[in-house]
Design a protein. Structure first.
Length: 665
């Protein structure tokens, strides 16, 4: 118990002895807030109760850290005040609320300490900034000025970073020196997107202070150009000039445009050209193959600073006929066939365009066969004639300053058509486009007959079936035409001239071999003339005999008539036996040889007739006695009626004509 009291007394004695040995006092600081790197004078005094050597420690203690700033050994005199003062630089490693702590130690332990008042250490500055205007045009210069100070009010020397932000994104960063607290920057605004901008300024110094002045300034940047342009007209021809004139201005009146460039954009085509001044007169040559219809041209104007303006125009391109042609599925056609083809008309852009052209069709002889105004870009057709000449034909198109030709070929067609006409006659018609010459066979009841057919195109030839087959109803087969004429009634009701084939010959019947119808007709006429002359000669002879007193018997007259008919048949047979020369002929034309042959044949016919007449006249008529004897077959006392030659024709009116006249109708 006694020892405890002794210990307690010793402790109080020690404490009391220390407290009287030294006392530390700190002077108030110059401010309550300081920046990094600021210089602060820390001062105070020490009073010691004894003379002794001690160490003075000066520390900076903050909320999150502490730092020793100053240590000094001092010799203290008893009861004498020792002052101290130290210029302290705030280190950049601390921040926040801090205080200074001054302490005395003897090397082994702290004997006395004292704290200053609390103060703040900050890295921020104070600043004020401004710009002249709130709206700028690209190409203008924006002046940014400001004053930056420390928390203490002292001017800052350092660097300022200026940020230009648009829509929260940094567009541009510039730097400028801050000298004695002053900042000044002139920035030319070019090639920046127009819009609303915010300027933020970050100021720092070499001591580690840094302060960002967010949204220090705002302004609007304009980049659009005002265009007042127009075209010289509304519609153009391909390849012509399009003229655009007008004025271009900036949005800010005092702004000057520099380095203007105009771009004309027409579809995929872009034309660029520099211009000087605000008054524009632009000339553009349109492409020669530009499409027909409505187009849009965009005029884009910009300068070297990024100002931009555009204006669009619509205009019309008139079509220009450039290509005219035809498209045919084939190039060869038959007569009477429909020729189909497409008429195409293209404009300058090789696009179909409407219009009409003149169509002309020429045959192989270049003779115009058809002519018509037709619409283009659709199917067109025309019918070839039934007897279209074989060979190359031509289609010609003309219109809109263009022309086009297309050749095609008409094939050769040999074709006959046979139809039944009244009275058992056939009409053979050449419906082909070339001459037909050759045999045509007909079959009826197993019997085949052949007729030589020689016809030009459209020519017709009539055939009497009675010349080929017996009268009656027959099915006539025509093998060449693969045709059967059923139930053809054959009736021979022709006159003698028709039977002799003096009619039924059309003007288009032609041939290149054998005796032509013309010469056949002449031969038949000559034969008929000869027979007629012979008949008249006999009549004259008969009439001369009529004046004689005697009377011929019936049998003598009948015999003479029979002999006349027989002679006529002999003459006809004689004519048929005369060799016939084959002629090539053309209607309306006869060669010198044809004429000479015709004369020779006629002279021969006349000579033959004269000889026949003389022979006939030299015959003596046998006279019969006026009265027949009883032995003639009549009863005695009865006489046979007399037959007078002059009276015979008058007894029957129907027999008044000569037998030759009856025979030739």
């Amino acid at each position: 118990m006694k020892m405890g009291w002794i210990s307690l007394i010793l402790i109080f004695l020690i404490i009391g002895s220390v407290s009287v040995l030294a006392e530390i006092r700190l002077d108030p600081l110059s401010g309550s807030i300081f920046n990094l790197g600021d210089q602060i004078i820390v001062s105070g005094a020490i009073v010691s109760g004894a003379s002794q050597r001690m160490t003075l420690n000066l520390d900076l203690v903050c909320a999150s850290s502490s730092s020793s700033l100053y240590i000094k050994t001092i010799d203290l005199k008893k009861d004498l005040e020792s002052s101290f003062s130290r210029l302290i630089v705030i280190p950049s490693i601390v921040a926040g609320d801090c205080k200074f702590v001054a302490s005395l130690s003897d090397g082994d332990s702290v004997k006395e300490s004292v704290e200053s008042g609390q103060f703040a250490i900050s890295n921020k500055f104070k600043g004020a900034f401004e710009i002249v205007d709130s709206i700028y045009q690209l190409g203008e210069t924006i002046p940014v000025v400001g004053v930056v100070t420390r928390e203490s009010g002292d001017p800052v020397d350092g660097k300022a970073i200026v940020y230009f932000k648009k829509d929260g994104k940094t567009v541009l960063i510039e730097s400028v020196d801050v000298v004695a607290g002053d900042m000044a920057m002139n920035k030319e605004l070019n090639l920046m997107p127009p819009g609303n901008y915010i300027i933020s300024i970050e100021v720092s110094d070499s001591l580690g202070n840094k302060h960002l002045f967010e949204e220090a300034l705002t302004f609007e940047l304009l980049g659009n150009l005002n265009l007042e342009l127009k075209t010289d007209k509304e519609s153009y021809s391909p390849g012509s000039n399009l003229v655009i004139s007008g004025i271009v201005r900036s949005s800010v009146a005092q702004s000057v445009l520099k380095g203007l460039e105009v771009t004309a954009r027409l579809g995929d085509i872009e034309l660029v050209q520099p211009v000087t001044g605000e008054n524009l007169n632009l000339v553009y040559q349109l492409p020669s193959n530009i499409k027909t219809g409505t187009h849009k041209i965009d005029i884009i104007i910009k300068d070297e600073n990024g100002n931009y303006g555009s204006q669009g125009f619509t205009f019309k391109i008139n079509p220009l006929a450039t290509t005219l042609g035809m498209k045919m599925d084939k190039s060869e056609f038959a007569p009477d066939e429909k020729v189909e083809f497409d008429v195409v008309l293209y404009d300058q852009a090789n696009d179909p365009m409407p219009g009409s052209v003149m169509l002309k069709v020429y045959d192989k002889n270049n003779e115009l066969r058809a002519e018509q105004d037709i619409a283009v870009n659709k199917k067109t057709n025309f019918d070839l004639p039934e007897q279209a000449l074989p060979g190359p034909w031509k289609i010609s198109l003309n219109g809109l300053g263009l022309s086009s030709e297309q050749n095609f070929v008409v094939r050769e067609v040999k074709k006959l058509d046979v139809v039944v006409v009244d009275g058992g006659k056939l009409k053979v018609r050449n419906i082909g486009n070339v001459d037909f010459s050759g045999p045509l066979s007909f079959v009826a009841e197993g019997v085949e007959k052949v007729k030589e057919i020689i016809l030009s195109p459209s020519g017709e030839q009539e055939i009497h079936l009675a010349d080929l087959f017996d009268e009656g109803v027959h099915d006539i087969q025509i093998p060449l035409l693969d045709k059967v004429l059923e139930g053809v009634s054959i009736v021979d009701d022709r006159t003698l001239l028709q039977k002799l084939k003096l009619d039924g010959i059309t003007g288009k019947a032609v041939g290149d071999k054998g005796t032509g119808n013309f010469w056949v007709a002449l031969g038949v006429i000559a034969l008929v003339l000869g027979v007629v002359l012979l008949g008249f000669s006999i009549l004259r002879k008969v009439r001369s005999v009529e004046d004689k007193p005697h009377v011929h018997s019936n049998s003598s007259w009948d015999d003479e008539f029979v002999r006349g008919q027989k002679r006529a048949k002999e003459l006809k047979k004689l004519d048929e036996e005369i060799p016939k020369k084959k002629y090539k002929y053309n209607f309306g034309k006869a060669s010198e040889a044809d004429i000479a042959d015709f004369k020779r044949r006629m002279v021969r016919l006349v000579q033959d007739e004269e000889e026949n007449r003389k022979r006939f006249a030299s015959r003596k008529w046998q006279e019969t006695p006026p009265r027949m004897q009883e032995s003639s077959g009549f009863q005695m006392g009865r006489s046979k009626p007399e037959f007078d030659i002059k009276r015979m024709p008058s007894e029957n009116k129907e027999d008044s004509e000569s037998p030759f006249k009856k025979m030739f109708g």
